[in-house]
Design a protein around this ligand. Structure first.
Ligand SMILES: *Cc1c(COP(=O)(O)O)cnc(C)c1O
Length: 382
């Protein structure tokens, strides 16, 4: 008789571990907001913005309703619209290109580098030429700091300067990450982050923020996120949206921010253990010198014909995996009619066939992680 009971399933991201650590404090913070009844633009929102700006050294931090709204508000503020091209990667979450289409502009897809999963500066330069050949006016570039690793911001900024492009950093997966000793938030003209629960710094619902050092841009975004308000909300000076962050979410984030750097450190340790345990059986992610990743995902690459079997075998052992992203945007129904850089996107296509993400969060203990590592090794070698 088989007395063997399967080991307990492992969560992909364990949000309950963090709740156990912070629980009473967050509940108290939420209760304070509920008692005060200042649900919209309460004092927590201004306090959070001050702390977020300090955290990354940006002059302005503007909280908003989601990471998507953060990106959208910046494009609205810049007046980007029909006839304009915005260069972005195809190997990303759909919101990166969605906001470009929403303002009526044209996303032009560039390729990424296989090693970092991030925008290839040479492909970006070529995509600018592709946009011009199509009769579009290149106006902006949206690099993405995918899986928590910063893009090559110096190389991107240099091309953007030469082409007079606005740089909007999609740091929705990478708040807290650093590039050459600077935290994301000051490396581009504007930076968008998300506080979706599964992101490295997540709230208890949807939330986001925009960082910029530009006073004029900050002022316009402040207005746009509250229906284009002027001196007060019944003075409407432009067309805007309901784009605010709830006071309750700000209160949650203020508490989580107090342990965020500690969690970023813990993520480094988890990533290091994965790299040590898996580097000889799969392609493990590389962090270039001078970069700090916040490891929103731990994404390895395997041969395309081994990936399904790996996922199935891990699932049978109670280990969840995810494919970020199985179909690059230029092959999605909603986006496939938009231009791609001349020569196509071979690396994006290759990565979509090879990537698989493993459980990753700051509270992944060594014993549980060892179970994952052994299961991956067994599946790939057996
Ligand atoms: C999550 C994410 C977004 C959108 O953030 P939301 O808060 O979910 O709207 C945008 N871009 C990237 C790369 C993301 O991962």
């Amino acid at each position: 008789m088989n007395q063997h009971t399967p080991p307990p399933p492992i969560p992909f991201i364990d949000l309950t571990a963090q709740r156990r650590r912070l629980g009473a404090r967050i509940d108290a913070a939420i209760a304070r907001v509920v008692d005060q009844c200042q649900f919209i633009m309460g004092p927590e929102v201004a306090r959070l913005e001050t702390e977020l700006a300090q955290f990354c050294g940006a002059r302005h931090a503007l909280s908003c309703a989601s990471g998507t709204d953060a990106l959208f508000l910046v494009l609205l503020a810049k007046g980007i619209g029909p006839g304009d091209a915005v260069i972005c990667p195809s190997f990303t979450f759909c919101a990166t290109a969605e906001v470009v289409a929403l303002v009526g502009a044209t996303p032009v897809f560039a390729d990424v580098e296989a090693v970092t999963f991030n925008l290839d500066p040479a492909s970006m330069r070529k995509a600018v030429a592709t946009a011009k050949q199509r009769g579009l006016k290149p106006k902006a570039i949206i690099p993405v700091d995918l899986f928590g690793l910063p893009a090559d911001h110096d190389a991107i900024a240099a091309i953007a300067r030469a082409e007079q492009l606005f740089v909007l950093d999609d740091a929705c997966q990478a708040f807290g990450a650093a590039y050459k000793a600077r935290r994301l938030g000051t490396l581009s003209d504007a930076t968008a982050v998300s506080f979706f629960p599964a992101k490295p710094l997540g709230c208890y619902g949807d939330g986001g923020a925009i960082f910029t050092d530009n006073d004029e841009l900050a002022e316009i975004i402040r207005s746009l996120r509250i229906h284009g308000q002027g001196s007060d909300k019944y003075d409407n000076v432009r067309i805007g949206i309901t784009g605010r962050l709830d006071s309750v979410q700000a209160a949650v984030l203020l508490e989580k921010l107090t342990i965020f750097t500690d969690e970023i450190d813990a993520r480094q340790e988890v990533a290091r253990r994965y790299a040590n345990g898996l580097a000889d059986v799969a392609t493990v992610p590389q962090v270039p010198d001078g970069y700090l990743s916040v490891w929103a995902q731990y994404t390895i690459r395997v041969a395309p014909d081994r990936r399904d079997a790996l996922a199935k075998s891990l699932k049978e052992s109670g280990i969840p995996t995810a494919i970020y992203y199985p179909i690059p945007l230029h092959r999605q129904v909603a986006y496939r009619h938009y231009p791609v850089v001349d020569g196509g996107l071979p690396v994006s296509d290759q990565l979509a066939a090879e990537v698989i993400s493993l459980p990753m969060h700051p509270y992944l203990d060594a014993a549980t992680q060892d179970r994952i590592i052994q299961a991956v090794r067994h599946a790939l070698r057996g």
